[in-house]
Design a protein around this ligand. Structure first.
Ligand code: PLP
Length: 417
């Protein structure tokens, strides 16, 4: 439960010793011992009801500061109504892959709208953000290509790379460069043959640290080496940029070759898309196995994402409010002595370091009526355990006052600040 190494192995994940399930029993023993030590379980908490920024757990109202619903749109009546209407018209499932019976006009309309929104000729929707990274990255990487990934990229990016590596029998060369370091990226790119195919993959906003990629520097280095850039905007669209259009808007110009985003965050839905040149998107459409061999995005999720996109286009004030909230929380956490490290967006990590202290902090917040997320290895490097707080445009100022008051009181009591 607590610690596992960077590959997700627990300390007790021993070899099978004849019975494949032996590792599960060993894991259970270790898991139970950890649970006894801690006295509570901080993951998989079941939410009984949602009311905007409130989540009901174990019959208690908790103020949610652990959601990626950045603009609050999963709770917007217009988004909810769109989802309900789509279910009435198309049913609850597409019951098949995009490739065969699972494409609705809703998919094509949303794709056209998204392409226009991010300023690219074409877009393609997958059933989840995870599958988007898995499908697009693994389709693009061919034998002997080189891929360059920021060390803090999301796990789905790395899984896309591993998936490609497995399919191409390990001929793909994987480079992981130091977090947000164009210098280290430059060094890595120089080590690759000049004529090799090269892909640089980076998050726009990093999912645990809440910092923004230095995309202008990364793009300059990538261009110099003839590398293509794949930008994961999961935590950026709806969050940064003057009107919430993401990292490129933040930098004031197009800087990537492919833009990917998920619908599970600002869009208040489920699914994901990749956008870029028409022939590249068409290639991914026909080579991306998670698109071809999995059922397509269902009607309710399509309609919710489309309604959210319309709101994001027409009402930039939600992203702007979120930006004001984020700046306030970062400033006030720092003022009382929390270590928020690199945070500059709606994701504000409170860095604790020690796993058990992080769990105790999480529990104390929970008891005081606040829901945040504890993150330990492999979500973060060992020794960097943190409480991931994240904000929504629909949080009221009074709710944020309460969060600041409670986190400071608990932080002092546990000796964190
Ligand atoms: C940066 C990043 N990319 C991709 C994903 C995957 O998206 P989804 O959860 O919608 O499958 C996530 C989800 O947490 C993410 O943080």
């Amino acid at each position: 439960m607590a610690s596992s190494d960077a590959d997700g192995h627990t300390p007790t994940a021993t070899p099978a010793q004849g019975d494949l399930f032996q590792k599960c029993r060993a894991y259970q023993e270790w898991f139970d011992s950890q649970l006894e030590l801690l006295g509570f379980y901080p993951f998989f908490a079941a939410i009984q009801e949602v009311r905007g920024t409130t989540a009901v757990i174990d019959g208690r109202d908790l103020l949610m500061i652990g959601s990626n619903n950045y603009l609050g749109l999963s709770w917007d009546p217009r988004v909810k109504e769109a989802a309900i209407a789509a279910v009435k018209r198309y049913g609850t499932s597409c019951s098949g892959s995009r490739y065969l019976n699972g494409t609705l006009t809703l998919h094509e309309e949303l794709e056209a709208d998204l392409a226009d929104f991010v300023g690219r000729p074409a877009a393609l929707c997958f059933t989840t953000g995870y599958q988007t990274n898995l499908g697009a990255i693994s389709a693009l990487l061919g034998k002997h290509d080189h891929v360059f990934s920021d060390r803090f990229n999301h796990a789905s990016v790395m899984d896309g790379i591993f998936h490609a590596s497995g399919r191409r029998l390990g001929t793909i060369k994987v480079h992981r460069y130091a977090h947000n370091s164009a210098e280290d990226l430059d060094r890595s790119l120089r080590s690759a043959p000049a004529d090799a195919g090269k892909l640089v993959v980076t998050d726009g906003v990093f999912s645990m640290e809440g910092d923004i990629v230095r995309l202008d520097e990364v793009a300059e280095v990538a261009r110099r080496h003839g590398a293509r850039i794949y930008l994961d905007e999961a935590h950026a669209i709806g969050v940064i940029g003057a009107t919430g259009r993401g990292t490129e808007e933040h930098f004031g110009r197009p800087l990537s070759d492919l833009i990917m985003c998920t619908f599970s965050k600002s869009f208040g839905s489920l699914g994901g898309f990749v956008a870029g040149d028409r022939e590249v998107v068409n290639y991914i459409k026909h080579e991306g196995r998670p698109l071809i061999f999995s059922a397509s995005m269902p009607p309710a999720n399509l309609a919710a994402a489309a309604a959210a996109l319309k709101i994001m286009r027409e009402e930039p004030e939600h992203a702007q409010r979120l930006q004001r909230i984020s700046a306030r929380m970062i400033r006030e956490y720092k003022a009382v002595g929390f270590d928020v490290d690199l945070a500059e967006t709606a994701i504000v990590p409170l860095i604790i370091g020690d796993d058990h202290l992080t769990f105790r902090f999480w529990r104390a917040l929970f008891e005081a009526g606040i829901y945040a997320n504890p993150v330990v290895t492999p979500g973060v490097p060992p020794g960097r355990a943190l409480i991931r707080t994240s904000y929504m445009a629909i949080h009221t100022d009074e709710e944020l006052d309460r969060v600041l008051e409670i986190t400071a009181a608990v932080g002092r009591r546990l000796g964190i600040i």
